[in-house]
Every structure is written in structure tokens, then in C-alpha cells.
Design a binder for this molecule. Structure first.
Ligand SMILES: Cc1ncc(COP(=O)(O)O)c(C=O)c1O
Length: 501
């Protein structure tokens, strides 16, 4: 049984081991999450905070426990036959936001089921082979796995059953076109390949491929389950690139991680003929929780400058991408608030594991986990992101053979405003800190007891990480740390002045 025994957490022998947790070192249990911070407990019962650079594969793009989304409990627990009003609101919102007026939304549970449903609609319109792109991932059902090119070897469901379905699937590589569309029912693609390591497909080729498929009456399906909902800066990457697919698939951040709702957004004229008028498509199709959360996400998107958040994250990632290049990283992509790369000399898995040990959680991607994906919630404060990336860069520097490093890592200069945010964050973490909002640039931090010698040491370590340099011992005195203003002028600014821009 799961329990605390002899100061250790004993995992339940009944919890299956058929999962992906081995990708991270050790056994960890998630206790809570807020914003971009995760609190995890290891099996020695030690609790530690981690910076989330993963957003649960793009399922929590708008920040953990986002207060505008989290309090969205539905007053209903019906899951079949009858829809709550939010189902209509969400369908309208999706079609309006995507600017697809003649479309309808079929709700499903989970991404794999959405992909399977898209195949079903395509097949009912016009039977034939499905065409997918090498490096794509479309889910783990027998049918959706058959469309999938990457990470199949890890899939529990990769058995002769999905192999049999795979006989009806053809694959082409990015840049290629099929010889003929004659026997093809549908084309499915991820505009940015997620499991493959956040690799954007070439935009003009994809648009040409989709247009050529459409002219041949082939159903064009954009799987935006991972790429959608602002993971790359837009609700739909395909729409942002001017493509009009016949079917678009969304899930993951559709509810910001609160419910595995998925949405199959299809051209209304594609409703299948025949049948009894009753279509059995999912028995949990009307789950009220999912719609409630999805409408809260839609309201959040409409009432917050989400594009500005994405641009702010992207700016920091562009800086990190340049440093990564200096450290020998290759195939680097910054696509909106998401960064990905591989390092020819270090495995993605080693990078991710070492980052995890330092309290930062990026994740791997690519056929053999050779890539690293950095996908923080788009709401992450710039200072927290910058600190986390400094650690990622330090890990890579540590793991890189010396001759590989062409230049010293430089950290971008922080502004006084960012320093204030950082100080506020630091003080908020101190259980005994008084009202942080009342701390001004002139507050006497020692006189009011906000800082003491013990906290000062923690603060110095955190501040060194922030600015990417050591605070000289001669600058460490009660006088220089007396107020936020003296820390800025006497401690932080002199270090920043030394940093090459
Ligand atoms: C692009 C894409 N399609 C489909 C799926 C399958 O979604 P689910 O795991 O919810 O079934 C995923 C999951 O990561 C995905 O990234």
C-alpha cells in the first residue's frame, strides 16, 4: 500500500508501471502547482519547487491553477446525451475565433479519440488511404497510432493491431508530395510537430500540399492538439499560416489541463450521409466540467493580452536560442513562446535529467529523445523564465566537452523593474514576510526584519542566478542590502555593468 514508512514514500504496488515516469530521474509525486511553479515530493519526502518548462505537453499553456480558469466547477455532472449551455457557447467561440463560419464542432474526450473521429469523418466522405507526415504524432489508439510516425516504439498500444491499421496509411516526408491523390481519403498533419521535438513544418510546402489535397477532394486535417491554443503564439497555427483545413483538432490547453475535452472542428458540409440519424461518437461527449473549463479558457483569452504574454516569453527564448548556438546546439527553433533544439554531443535525455536535478523541467522530443523542448506556460514571469534558462544553459555548458564552447555564456541585462519583481517573488516565498505589497524601494529590509542574515544568504544565491554573475564579498554588507534601492545601486548594477551585452 502507498504510505510513509521509515521517512520514505512507498509508491503503491498497485499503481501501474506502464507509464512514462522513467524519463525523469527518481520517483516524484506532484503535490501542487501554481503559475509556472511545481511542488514535487521525492521518495525521501523532500519537497522541492521546480520551474515548469513543459506545460504538461502543452496542456496547461495559461499557467497552473490560473485563478480565472481554476474556479470553473460546473453545477452539473451529466456526461451523456444532454449538453450544458457552455457547449453551444464554446462551439460559437471556436468557429468565430478561427474565422470558420460554416463549421461545426463535435466534442470528444482526449486527443487520440479526436484524431480517430477525424479519420472516421474522412473515411465516410471518401474511403481510401490516410496520408500522414513522417515525424508526426497523432495519439495512442489503435487507429491514431497507425497514423503516427514518432514515439511508436514507446507506445504500449504498438501491437500487430495498430500495425494492421497502419497498412491503410502512407507517409511522406516534409517537402514531398504524393505521386497521386487517387486512392487517398485524408491528409493529416501537425503544423508544428510536437512529439518530434517542436519542429515546424515548412509553411509554403504545407500550404501547397493542403491546397493540392483539397483540389483532389481529399479531407485536410490539421491536428492542433498540441500546437494549438497559443503553444506557438496563435489559437491555430494552420489558420495563422493562411491554411483552411476541412477539420481542425484541439484538446490539451482547450481546458488548460482541467478536463480531457477535445474538439473536432469540421466543415459543416461534411456531415456523413446515411445512418439512423443517431451517431454514437463518444459516451462522455457532453461532460459538463470540460465545457465549463473550456469557456473559462475562452474568456481568459478574450480578456487578457495573451499575444503579448507570448511575445514576452518569445523574447527571452530568442536570447536563450542565441546562447544555445554558442554552446553548439543545432536545429534550434523558436516558434512563438516555445524553444526547441538538439545538441550533437549531448543526449536530450541527459540534458532534461540534469535540468530536473537543478529544479527546472524541460522535456525531450524527437525520434530518439535527441531534442529538448522548452514550453513554459505563456504566463510565466520573465524573471522566472530567465532564471530557469540560465540553469538550462549552465547544464549544457557543464555537459559540453570544453573545446565545443565558442564563447562565454552571457546573461541579458535585467532592468530595475524586473529586479523589483524578482525581489517581490523572493519575499513572497518567505513564510514570515510581511505585506510584500507595502515594500517600496526605500523600505529598510533589515530594520523591519524582512531580511535577516539567514535569508540574506538565500537571497544572494538567488540574485547571483538572476544576474548570472558573482556578487563580490566586499559588496556584501548590511548597508548595501539595507533597502531595495541600495541593493539595486550598490550590488546588482555593478555586476550588470560588467556583463558584456
Ligand atoms: C498532436 C497530438 N495529437 C494527438 C495526441 C493524443 O492526445 P491524447 O494523449 O489526449 O489522446 C497528442 C498527445 O500528445 C498530440 O500531441
Amino acid at each position: 500500500m502507498a504510505s510513509e514508512q521509515h521517512g520514505r514514500w512507498q509508491r503503491s504496488p498497485h499503481r501501474s508501471r506502464l507509464d512514462e515516469s522513467a524519463i525523469l530521474p527518481g520517483n516524484h509525486t506532484a503535490l501542487s502547482a501554481a503559475g509556472a511553479t511545481l511542488r514535487l515530493m521525492d521518495d525521501r519526502l523532500d519537497v522541492r519547487e521546480y520551474v515548469d518548462l513543459m506545460s504538461a505537453y502543452g496542456a496547461v499553456n495559461f499557467g497552473h491553477q490560473n485563478p480565472q480558469i481554476a474556479s470553473s466547477e460546473a453545477p452539473l455532472d451529466l456526461v451523456a446525451c444532454l449538453y450544458p449551455p457552455e457547449a453551444d457557447k464554446l462551439a460559437d467561440w471556436l468557429c468565430e475565433s478561427l474565422q470558420l463560419p460554416g463549421y461545426e464542432v463535435l466534442y470528444q474526450v482526449g486527443g487520440s479519440f479526436a484524431a480517430a473521429t477525424a479519420v472516421a469523418i474522412s473515411q465516410r466522405r471518401r474511403p481510401g488511404r490516410m496520408l500522414s507526415i513522417t515525424g508526426s504524432f497523432h495519439g495512442l489508439g489503435v487507429d491514431s497510432l497507425a497514423l503516427t510516425g514518432v514515439h511508436r516504439d514507446f507506445a504500449l498500444q504498438d501491437t500487430p493491431w495498430s500495425g494492421a491499421a497502419g497498412l491503410a496509411v502512407s507517409q511522406i516526408a516534409p517537402g514531398e508530395f504524393p505521386d497521386s491523390w487517387d486512392d487517398i481519403s485524408g491528409l493529416i498533419f501537425e503544423p508544428v510537430q510536437g512529439a518530434n521535438g517542436y519542429v515546424p513544418l515548412p509553411v509554403s510546402w504545407l500550404a501547397e500540399l493542403a491546397e493540392s489535397a483539397r483540389r483532389s477532394d481529399v479531407t485536410v486535417i490539421a491536428d492542433e492538439i498540441q500546437s494549438g491554443y497559443f503553444r506557438h503564439g496563435a489559437l491555430s497555427v494552420a489558420r495563422a499560416n493562411g491554411i483552411e483545413p476541412d477539420i481542425l483538432l484541439f484538446s490539451k490547453s482547450l481546458t488548460n489541463g482541467r478536463y480531457p475535452l477535445s474538439a473536432v472542428v469540421y466543415r459543416g458540409s461534411m456531415v456523413p450521409d446515411g445512418g439512423s440519424g443517431i451517431w454514437l461518437a463518444h459516451t462522455f461527449q457532453t461532460g459538463a466540467e470540460g465545457f465549463r473549463a473550456a469557456c473559462a479558457v475562452a474568456d481568459y483569452i478574450d480578456s487578457h493580452p495573451v499575444s503579448e504574454h507570448c511575445a514576452a516569453v518569445e523574447e527571452v527564448l530568442v536570447w536563450a536560442a542565441a546562447r544555445l548556438k554558442d554552446l553548439g546546439a543545432a536545429d534550434i527553433h523558436v516558434s512563438g513562446p516555445t524553444l526547441s533544439f538538439r545538441h550533437p554531443r549531448i543526449s536530450g535525455r541527459d540534458i532534461v535529467r540534469s535540468c530536473f536535478e537543478r529544479g527546472v523541467v524541460p522535456f525531450t522530443g524527437g525520434a530518439s529523445a535527441e531534442r529538448v523542448r522548452v514550453a513554459p506556460p505563456v504566463t510565466i514571469p520573465a524573471v522566472q523564465l530567465r532564471q530557469a534558462l540560465v540553469l538550462v544553459l549552465a547544464v549544457i555548458e557543464e555537459l559540453t566537452p570544453m573545446e565545443q564552447i565558442s564563447e562565454e555564456i552571457t546573461v541579458p541585462r535585467i532592468t530595475q523593474e524586473e529586479f523589483r519583481d524578482f525581489l517581490r517573488e523572493f519575499l513572497l516565498k518567505q513564510a514570515s514576510a510581511p505585506d510584500v505589497a507595502a515594500v517600496s524601494d526605500e523600505t529598510d529590509l533589515f530594520g523591519t526584519g524582512i531580511l535577516d542574515s539567514l535569508r540574506l544568504i538565500e537571497f544572494i544565491v538567488a540574485a547571483e542566478n538572476l544576474v548570472g554573475g558573482e556578487i563580490p564579498v566586499e559588496n556584501i554588507s548590511v548597508r548595501s542590502f539595507r533597502t531595495p534601492a541600495t541593493i539595486w545601486t550598490q550590488v546588482i548594477s555593478p555586476i550588470i555593468a560588467e556583463i558584456p551585452s
